[in-house]
Design a protein around this ligand. Structure first.
Ligand SMILES: [Zn+2]
Length: 297
């Protein structure tokens, strides 16, 4: 199953898996916000070509990338310990011998947790680098006690009427149904509505554009906010300063730009801490010129 998912994954020209050098487990980044303890868990790395960027002068993009033609980009999941439950946001790419990926379990263990400690898994969207860690190599659940939650709109986007999808993505429906079906059969799969409060202090914010039902998860504790923003942004060095720049991955590019601009504005106003699936660090943003400055909170 996983091999199939990877083989038919979203890889576009310009995206390559970073060649696997035996990896040291990435250093854990952790932070406390109110009663929340948050860990960034780096599952792997990919290299994103600068040519994937759209809506920005290529010379400016290159300058912001330090003169490089590609950005070495992490693939992150996030562990959030709430007072009453332990939540994982996304699950990384899963293990593949040819790729630098599948380090989620090691990272979890470095945070002092086991897969069986996870109560709830929130999927930001159904791209392979976010759902690849859900199953073990034998096709059984990697997180035996967790309920997996996906936005109803995201699930429908991929699994109902694939005619609106680009040709290369139309075979995804059956694979996604089989993957989530493993959890569904165990009574551990749920769909939620846009904007739904999933638990006290945990809300799903619709952030469509990158995919049809992409969701951001907002955790709140003692007036502090953590937003797990998934793929709202891919190039941290470029798109904070230029939120109008999109990437070739965004299935609805115009909408993705609009949503990014709206949510960045809101996040800056609320002083929310942002945790991105492809950001090298957890940040807080403040307005700067037509864009934002991003710094450690
Ligand atoms: Zn992604």
């Amino acid at each position: 199953m996983r091999a199939l998912l990877l083989a038919t994954s979203l890889l576009l020209p310009g995206t390559t898996m970073t060649p696997s050098t035996p990896t040291t487990v990435a250093r854990l980044e952790t932070l406390r916000l109110g009663q929340l303890q948050v860990w960034k868990l780096q599952d792997g790395r990919i290299s994103l070509a600068a040519s994937l960027l759209k809506g920005i002068d290529p010379a400016e993009a290159r300058r912001l990338l330090g003169g490089q033609d590609a950005a070495d980009t992490p693939v992150n999941a996030y562990l959030v310990r709430m007072p009453d439950r332990t939540v994982l946001v996304d699950t990384g790419m899963g293990k593949d011998p040819e790729e630098d990926s599948g380090h989620l379990a090691e990272q979890l263990s470095a945070a002092g947790m086991a897969p069986s400690d996870i109560d709830l898994i929130l999927i930001t969207h159904d791209h392979f680098d976010h759902i690849g860690g859900l199953l073990k190599a034998d096709g059984t659940r990697a997180f035996p006690k967790a309920v997996v939650a996906v936005a109803r709109r995201e699930h429908a986007f991929w699994t109902e009427d694939p005619s609106h999808l680009p040709e290369r993505l139309r075979d995804r429906a059956s694979k996604l149904k089989a993957l989530f079906g493993v959890y569904e059969k165990a009574g551990a799969f749920r769909l939620f509505e846009d904007g739904e409060e999933l638990a006290p202090g945990l809300r799903a914010i619709p952030a469509h554009g990158h995919t049809g039902g992409h969701a951001v998860y907002a955790f709140t504790s003692e007036g502090r906010e953590l937003w797990c923003i998934g793929d709202l942004i891919h190039f941290g060095a470029v798109q904070f300063q230029h939120p109008e720049a999109g990437v070739a991955f965004d299935l609805d590019g115009d909408r993705a730009v609009k949503v990014r601009q709206e949510l960045f504005r809101d996040a800056a106003r609320r002083k929310a801490v942002l945790a991105g699936a492809h950001l090298p660090q957890i940040v807080r943003i403040t307005p700067k010129g037509a864009g934002y400055d991003a710094a450690r909170p």
